[in-house]
Design a protein around this ligand. Structure first.
Ligand SMILES: [Zn+2]
Length: 131
């Protein structure tokens, strides 16, 4: 026989997870372009031997870079000031997309666990079915 309160609890939890998943799926369905990587700021030594930065007194910058992985290696690409706004926007789209993707994966796992619980709770044995 079905354990009613546990089943209701599982169904409510499932409903909540499905609503959360729908929100993240909405992010995945947006059409904005994505740029793989994250925008970082770095200070640099210029490489001139007679510059005071060579002695570690100061560094130049900050300079903006796009940090991304390429075949397992972290790469940095310099971002010109004029490109900065667009690169930040595209990289933020990518970050949000990847976050939404991870949320959907996590929620799917939780929904499957609940699906298994609900199946166990709702399944009657054949003796009961044929009585
Ligand atoms: Zn320098």
């Amino acid at each position: 026989m079905v354990a009613t309160s546990e089943l209701k609890f599982c169904q409510e939890a499932m409903r909540r997870l499905m609503l959360q998943r729908a929100v993240w799926e909405g992010v995945l369905l947006e059409g904005a372009p994505l740029l793989k990587g994250s925008v970082v700021q770095q200070y640099k030594q210029c490489g001139k031997k007679n510059c005071s930065c060579a002695a570690g007194a100061h560094r130049h910058g900050p300079f903006t870079y796009l940090s991304f992985s390429d075949q397992g290696r972290t790469r940095m690409r310099f971002v010109r000031e004029a490109q900065r706004g667009r690169v930040v926007f595209l990289a933020e789209n990518y970050r949000l997309f990847r976050h939404a993707r991870a949320q959907v994966v996590k929620l799917n796992r939780e929904i499957m666990d609940l699906t298994n619980r609900i199946e166990r709770l709702r399944t009657v044995d054949s003796a009961e079915a044929f009585s």
